[in-house]
Design a protein around this ligand. Structure first.
Ligand code: AMP
Ligand code: GLY
Length: 363
């Protein structure tokens, strides 16, 4: 479970309700705002209410699998099925045929494939385009836009194999130019912040907006109520402003006129994972080579310090971030550092940033 779990369960509300905890400054929405991530049906209806561009969708309840199957007959493949609730990033199924989608929706609604999370399912139109993520920090009234990033979700090179939490990230993203970002701000960010306010939701925290760029037009795929991993490791590396100051200003409701300084440098993050992830993998392998490159920052995720040795202790183990004045340089710094780190059956993607380098070379 990521930080969305406690947010959706109401950790903010709990702190606010306790006398001795209420004065602690917090960044992160309450139970109501976290619904943007906690319920895909809520977030879809929210986008519709506030005219935020998104894929068309219909929601079906557990007892409506017949209706869902009928509805699928009128849809075009590929088609997207989404469990309404939190499913650790696994609740989305993209079916390449309508027949396949019918089998999946039965599994989700009738057999509760994703437990309670799939007691409601959205059948959604498939959007064709390139994905990117935009991050916003809001105090409920004002907002700052953080650097955007592109995530690499699948386990294998060239986006093959099963979905993971994310195997790499790049920031900035070449195709998110100022014209595109202006559309994102006007059509997505402003109506989202205004919509929350209008609905009486006091939202202090991050909004991570998963977007599809369809021929230059932004469409929202999803909201998350937090930052992303490994996008954070690329994005934060490019924020020159003191992060604690920024979070403090958010918590105190002082983001008005806050100027965030963003480095023009590129950041490329490569996730090093345990062999076998996202399925079965072993832990407890000794990691070597952590101090051999001064050109990259190494963020630890699934590691443990035992008797002064650093051992693997999870699926995604390290996020190695290289920076540079060009995308190629940032990528080189990251991959050189990665090549020096090893443990038994370590795995990483070899193609993080290659697609964007290609776009750059064609521009
Ligand atoms: P989500 O959990 O909503 O982020 O969905 C996981 C992934 O499924 C996204 O990052 C997209 O790659 C893909 N996806 C979700 N919804 C759509 C859609 N409507 N069209 C195309 N791809 C989608
Ligand atoms: N990397 C995707 C996420 O954190 O949701």
């Amino acid at each position: 479970m990521g930080p969305e779990g406690p947010l959706v369960m109401g950790i903010r509300n709990y702190f606010e309700s306790q006398k001795d905890l209420a004065s602690i400054r917090m960044v992160g929405p309450g139970k109501d705002g976290a619904q943007l991530e906690g319920s895909k049906d809520f977030s879809k209806q929210f986008m519709v209410r506030h005219s935020v561009p998104t894929a068309q969708a219909r929601t079906f309840q557990a007892n409506e699998s017949k209706e869902a199957i009928q509805y699928l007959d009128g849809c075009k493949a590929p088609i997207v099925l989404k469990a309404d609730g939190l499913a650790a990033g696994k609740g989305v199924i993209i079916s390449s045929t309508i027949e396949e989608a019918k089998v999946s929706i039965k599994e989700m609604l009738e057999e509760k494939k994703f437990g309670e999370a799939s007691s409601k399912v959205l059948v959604e139109e498939f959007l064709h385009g390139i994905e990117l993520s935009v991050f916003v920090l809001t105090d409920g009234e004002h907002y700052v836009i953080l650097p955007e990033a592109k995530d690499y979700k699948r386990i294998g090179d060239n986006d093959t194999g099963p979905n993971t939490g994310g195997m790499g990230a790049v920031s900035p993203v070449a195709f998110a130019d100022s014209v595109f970002m202006k559309k994102v701000e006007d059509r997505v960010i402003k109506p989202t912040i205004a919509g929350l306010k209008k609905e009486g939701i006091s939202y202090k925290g991050f909004i991570f907006i998963g977007l599809m760029n369809m021929q230059g037009e932004p469409y929202v795929i999803e909201y998350n109520a937090r930052m992303g991993d490994p996008e954070t490791e690329a994005v934060i590396t490019r924020i020159d402003t003191d992060l604690v100051e920024l979070l403090d200003a958010c918590a105190k409701g002082q983001l008005k006129n806050y100027k965030i300084a963003i480095s023009p440098n590129y950041a490329v993050t490569i996730v090093m994972a345990s062999g076998g992830y996202p399925e079965n993998f072993e832990k407890g392998k000794i990691i070597s080579g952590l101090n051999e490159s001064d050109k990259a920052v190494i963020f630890h995720a699934g590691t443990i310090n035992k008797d002064n040795k650093i051992l693997t202790n999870g699926g995604r183990v390290l996020a190695v971030t290289g920076t540079g004045q060009t995308l190629a340089e940032a990528s080189k710094h990251a991959y050189v550092a990665v090549s020096k780190i090893s443990w038994e059956a370590a795995y990483y993607r070899k193609d993080i940033s290659l697609d964007l380098l290609k776009i750059e070379s064609q521009a």
